[in-house]
Design a protein around this ligand. Structure first.
Ligand code: B3K
Ligand code: ZN
Length: 885
C-alpha cells in the first residue's frame, strides 16, 4: 500500500552527516506585522551577509506564504530575478552583503496546524519551533542563523490592546482608524525559532524579581480575563525557578522583562521564546478548585523548564535540529532537579523513572527507536520525543553521577564560557565536561549515538571463607532499526550492599586500602561487555542493591530471589530501590497470575506479598507520597513490555485481581488511612498535603475494588464535598470506573458545574475515555459528537482520544479491532487539520509487532489504511511508514 503516496510527495530524509554551514547569514531582522481580519501583511527587512561560497544563490525557506514583493538594496526585483516554489524563495546573483526587503501575506485565521502565526480564541499568537517561522516570512529558518530582531505590530486597538514580542518595548502609539502599534526590540541575537508575537485582549498578573546582582525584572503573566484567578502558582514557580538557577547554576536572568502568555490552542506544553514564553493554558493555569496536585506540579516544572531554556537553549542554542537534546535533555535534567529540590526528591525520581520506562523504553524497543542525537529524520516535529527529552536528561544525569557535582558544575561553567551566544553541538557539550573534569568521555559519547535500552545483567557470589562478595555486571545493547552490533557503553551503576540487619555495609573493593568514606553507595563504572567487581571484608552475605537511584537508563536483570526483593522493600536505604523492589515483586506476581489465568488455574495472591505491602502502610517512618507510590502497581503499559506477545486481557484481569486481593486483605488499614487523610484545612500545595491527599485517594481507590455500597457512598461524599480538584476528580474517576448507581449523576453534576472551564472539562472527557468498563469505546465515540468536542483544540483531542488510545490498553486493544478503527477514523479527519497532533496520536499503533497474531493483523491493516489517506501529512507518513518496515 505504501506506493499510494506519490513518489514526488514522499517526504525527504535529512541526515546529520549532510550538515553544512549556511552560505549566508542574517545579522538583523526588522519585521512589520499589519494584522487585519482577512489577512496579515508581513514586511521583513533583512541584513544578509555571505559567509560561504562566492556565487552561491540565496535560498530562503518559506511555506504557506503569498509573496507580494522583493527589493534588494532598495531596488524592486522583477520576477526573472528570483524563483518561488512551495517551500523556497531562491535569489541568484546577490552581492556579499545586502539588504533584502520582502513583503508577503499570511492567513492566521485559517492556520489550524498551529505552527507559525495563528489565532487561538480571538488572539494572535505564534509557535515557531522547529520550522514555523517559515510560515511567517521567507527566512534562513535554521537555528545556526542568529540575528537581532526589531518588531512592529499594528492592530485594532479595541480588540487587540495587548501587543507583545521578544525583548523590550521601545515604542507604542496610536494610528488612524482605531488602530495602534507597538515596537519591540530584542538585543540578544537569536535563531528564528525563538521569535514570538502575541496580540490580544488580555489581562495580566504582574510581579517583580530582584536578581542576585540587584537587577529588577518585571514579570508578567498574560491571560484571558476569566483566568486571572489561576495565575499565582505559575508566578511563584517562576520566581522560585529564577532563584534556583542563580543558586545552583550561577545563571542570572539577562533582561528587565519576562513575559508569559497563556493560550488555549497549543500543540504542546509551552515554548521558551526569548523573554516571551507562550504556554498551553494547561501548563500555566492552576488554582485549587480547577487544578489537581499533579497539575500544580506540572505547572511548576514546565514554568521552570521554559525559564531555564533562557540559558540552556536560547543563549547557547543548537547548531542543527539533530542536536535537539543539547537543549532539551539538559533542560529537562535541570527542571527535574529543581522539582526534586522543591518537593520530595525520592518521589520525584520515582515519577520520572516510571515515565521514562513506560514511554521511552517502549519507544526504544519499537520501530521509531532513535539515538538521543538522531542521525536522520523526515519531519523534525516527530523528534520531540521521550528519547530526546527524557533519555537525554538521563544522559546529563549520568555526567553528574560520573563527574560528581563539583566537576559537573565546572563543566557547565566552561560550556557557557566557551559558547555563550553560539549555536553548538552535543559534542561541544561533552568536550566542555571532559575538559573541565579531566575525565575521558570518549566511550560515554556512545550514549548520543547508539539507540536502544542497554540490558545490564547482575550476578553475585559470596565467599564466606574469604569474606568476599563479587558482583558481575554484563551489558548488551539490543539492535534497533538501522543499528546493529553495538559497542559496550560506559554505564554508571550505583550499588550498595545491605547487611542482614538492614544497614549498608562499608564498601571496599579489592586493592583499596580502606572503605571509601561516605554513604554506603558507590558508583561502579561498567565499560566492558562484562566486568567483575570484588568487594573484600564482607562479614556476612549481603543483599546487593544495584542501580540505586536508577543511576543509568538501562533494563536491569538480577539473580535476586523474591525473598531478597522483599528484604530490600523492607530495608533498603535507597528509597528508589525500595520502591523498585515493590515494583519487581508486583510485576512478577501479575505475570504469574496472568499465566495462571491462561492455564485456567485458580488465582491466589501470596500471603507474604500482602504482608509486605501491609508493612509499608503501617510504617510511620515512610512519608505518604512514598507509600502511595509503593501501593501503585505497575501499569498495564509497563507490564506489557515484559513478555511478548502481550497478554492484553490477562494482564488487565491479573492486575485488577491483585488490587482486589490487596483491598480485601488490607481493608482495615486502608480505611484507617482514608479516614486519617480526610480532615484538613484549606488547600495547600506542599509535599505533606499532596502526600496526604495522594495516599487517601490511593486508599479509596483500593477500597472501591470491594464493590461495597458503603465505599461508594464515601466516594460520592468526597466528590460532593471536595474543595479542591484533586479530591473531586479522584472521586469522579473512581465512580466512573464503578457500576454504582451514583455514576451517571456524578458525571452529569460535574459537567454542569464545570462546562465553562475548558481545562476542567478536558478532565471530564479524559475520565470517561480512560474508564476500564467495557462499554468505553461506545461512550468515547458518542463523546466525539458532543458539542464540546472539537478537533481543532489539541487539549480536547488529547483528553478524549489519547486518554482512550494511549491510557486504556484493555479497551483500545479490544480484540475486535474497533479501537484501532476508531483511531483511524479520527486521524482521517484530524490529519488535514493538525498534522503534529495526528502524528502524536498514531504512536500506539506503531508497536503492533509485540501483540498476538490477530491483533497484529488488525493493527497493520489500520496502519495501511492510514497510509492510504489522501494528502497524508509528512508527520504521520514518517511514523506510519517506518512502523510498517
Ligand atoms: N521547545 C519547545 C518544544 C517545541 C516543539 C516543537 N514541535 C518546548 C520545550 O521543550 O520547552
Ligand atoms: Zn524544552
Amino acid at each position: 500500500m505504501a506506493d499510494v503516496v506519490q513518489a514526488s510527495k514522499v517526504p525527504q530524509t535529512k541526515y546529520l552527516k549532510d550538515y553544512r554551514k549556511p552560505d549566508f547569514t542574517i545579522d538583523t531582522v526588522d519585521l512589520i506585522f499589519d494584522l487585519r481580519d482577512e489577512v496579515t501583511h508581513v514586511t521583513s527587512r533583512l541584513v544578509v551577509r555571505r559567509q560561504g561560497k562566492a556565487m552561491a544563490p540565496l535560498v530562503l525557506d518559506g511555506s504557506h506564504l503569498t509573496l507580494v514583493s522583493i527589493a534588494l538594496d532598495g531596488e524592486n526585483l522583477t520576477e526573472d530575478r528570483y524563483r518561488v516554489d512551495e517551500d523556497h524563495l531562491t535569489i541568484s546573483d546577490v552581492p556579499d552583503e545586502f539588504e533584502l526587503t520582502i513583503q508577503n501575506d499570511i492567513d492566521p485565521a485559517n492556520n489550524t496546524a498551529l505552527e507559525g502565526l495563528y489565532i487561538s480564541k480571538g488572539m494572535y499568537c505564534t509557535q515557531c519551533e522547529a520550522e514555523g517561522f517559515r510560515r511567517i516570512t521567507y527566512f534562513l529558518d535554521r537555528p545556526d542563523v542568529m540575528a537581532t530582531y526589531r518588531v512592529r505590530i499594528e492592530a485594532d486597538q479595541k480588540r487587540y490592546p495587548v501587543l507583545l514580542s521578544n525583548g523590550n518595548e521601545i515604542e507604542r502609539g496610536k494610528l488612524g482608524g482605531g488602530r495602534h502599534f507597538a515596537v519591540w526590540e530584542d538585543p540578544f541575537p537569536k535563531p528564528s525559532y525563538l521569535f514570538a508575537l502575541v496580540a490580544g485582549d488580555l489581562v495580566h498578573l504582574e510581579d517583580h524579581y530582584r536578581t542576585v546582582s540587584g537587577k529588577d525584572v518585571t514579570l508578567r503573566l498574560f491571560v484571558a480575563p476569566q483566568d486571572l484567578d489561576k495565575c499565582r502558582h505559575a508566578m511563584d514557580s517562576l520566581k522560585r525557578a529564577m532563584k534556583w538557577d542563580e543558586e545552583v547554576y550561577g545563571l542570572e536572568y539577562d533582561l528587565n522583562v519576562f513575559n508569559i502568555v497563556a493560550v488555549s490552542h497549543f500543540n504542546m506544553g509551552a515554548m521558551e521564546n526569548k523573554s516571551l514564553n507562550i504556554f498551553n493554558t494547561k501548563c500555566v493555569l492552576a488554582n485549587p478548585e480547577t487544578a489537581t496536585d499533579s497539575d500544580f506540579a506540572a505547572v511548576e516544572s514546565v514554568v521552570a523548564h521554559e525559564y531555564f531554556h533562557n540559558w540552556t537553549g536560547n543563549r547557547v542554542t543548537c547548531r542543527d535540529w539533530f542536536q535537539l537534546s543539547l537543549k532539551e535533555g539538559l533542560t529537562v535534567f535541570r527542571d527535574q532537579e529543581f522539582s526534586a529540590d522543591m518537593g520530595s526528591r525520592a518521589v520525584k525520581r520515582i515519577e520520572d523513572v516510571r515515565m521514562l520506562r513506560q514511554h521511552q523504553f517502549a519507544e526504544d524497543a519499537g520501530p521509531m527507536a532513535h539515538p538521543v542525537r538522531p542521525d536522520n529524520y523526515m519531519e523534525i516535529n516527530n523528534f520531540y520525543t521521550v528519547t530526546v527529552y527524557e533519555k537525554g536528561a538521563e544522559v546529563i544525569r549520568m555526567y553528574h553521577t560520573l563527574l560528581g557535582p563539583e566537576n559537573y558544575r565546572k563543566g557547565i561553567d566552561l560550556y557557557f564560557e566557551r559558547h555563550d551566544g553560539e549555536a553548538v553541538t552535543c559534542d561541544d557539550f561533552l568536550a566542555a565536561m571532559q575538559d573541565a573534569s579531566g575525565r575521558d568521555l570518549g566511550q560515554f559519547s556512545l550514549w548520543y549515538s547508539q539507540a536502544g535500552t542497554p540490558e545490564v545483567t547482575v550476578t553475585s557470589r559470596y565467599d564466606a571463607e574469604a569474606k568476599t562478595f563479587e558482583l558481575t555486571l554484563s551489558q548488551f545493547i539490543p539492535d534497533t532499526p538501522g543499528q546493529t552490533g553495538k559497542k559496550p557503553m560506559h554505564i554508571p551503576v550505583a550499588v550498595g550492599l545491605v547487611g542482614p540487619d538492614g544497614t549498608d555495609l562499608p564498601l571496599r573493593l579489592e586493592g583499596e586500602n580502606a572503605p571509601v568514606a561516605g554513604t554506603g553507595t558507590r558508583v561502579l563504572e561498567l565499560k566492558e561487555a562484562s566486568q567483575t567487581f570484588r568487594f573484600v571484608d564482607v562479614p556476612e552475605r549481603p543483599v546487593p542493591s544495584v542501580l540505586r537511584g536508577f543511576s543509568a537508563p538501562v533494563r536491569l536483570k538480577t539473580d535476586l530471589s523474591e525473598e531478597e526483593y522483599l528484604f530490600l522493600l523492607a530495608h533498603d536505604n535507597d528509597p528508589f530501590n525500595r520502591w523498585e523492589a515493590a515494583q519487581t515483586v508486583a510485576s512478577n506476581q501479575i505475570l504469574k497470575l496472568a499465566e495462571d489465568l491462561r492455564e485456567k488455574r485458580s488465582l491466589t495472591l501470596e500471603r507474604k506479598i500482602v504482608n509486605a505491602f501491609g508493612k509499608v502502610l503501617d510504617n510511620d517512618a515512610l512519608d505518604n507520597s512514598f507509600k502511595a507510590e509503593i501501593m501503585t502497581l505497575p501499569s498495564e503499559g509497563m507490564l506489557s513490555q515484559l513478555r511478548t506477545p502481550v497478554d492484553v486481557d490477562g494482564l488487565h484481569v491479573a492486575r485488577e485481581f491483585m488490587r482486589g486481593q490487596l483491598a480485601h486483605a488490607l481493608e482495615d488499614e486502608l480505611m484507617t488511612l482514608y479516614r486519617r487523610g480526610e480532615d484538613h484545612g484549606p488547600y495547600e500545595f506542599s509535599p505533606e498535603a499532596v502526600g496526604r491527599r495522594r495516599l487517601k485517594n490511593t486508599a479509596l481507590g483500593y477500597l472501591m475494588e470491594l464493590g461495597e455500597d458503603e465505599v461508594a457512598k464515601m466516594a460520592v461524599k468526597q466528590f460532593m464535598n471536595a474543595d479542591n480538584m484533586t479530591d473531586e476528580i479522584a472521586a469522579l474517576s473512581m465512580l466512573t470506573n464503578s457500576d454504582c448507581a451514583a455514576r451517571e449523576g456524578a458525571l452529569q453534576h460535574f459537567y454542569d458545574k464545570w462546562k465553562h472551564e475548558p481545562l476542567v472539562l478536558d478532565k471530564w472527557f479524559a475520565v470517561q475515555a480512560a474508564c476500564r468498563r467495557r462499554d468505553t469505546l461506545d461512550v468515547v465515540r458518542k463523546l466525539t459528537k458532543h458539542p464540546d468536542f472539537d478537533l481543532k483544540t489539541p487539549n480536547r483531542v488529547r483528553a478524549l482520544v489519547s486518554a482512550f488510545c494511549a491510557q486504556n490498553p484493555v479497551n483500545f486493544h479490544d480484540r475486535s479491532g474497533r479501537g484501532y478503527e476508531f483511531l483511524a477514523d479520527i486521524l482521517e479527519q484530524l490529519d488535514p487539520i493538525n498534522p503534529q497532533i495526528s502524528a502524536g496520536l498514531v504512536r500506539p499503533l506503531t508497536r503492533w509487532k509485540v501483540y498476538d497474531a490477530e491483533r497484529q493483523d488488525l493493527m497493520r491493516q489500520t496502519l495501511e489504511r492510514i497510509l492510504s489517506f489522501k494528502d497524508l501529512s509528512p508527520d504521520v507518513y514518517e511514523i506510519v511508514s517506518k512502523s510498517l518496515r
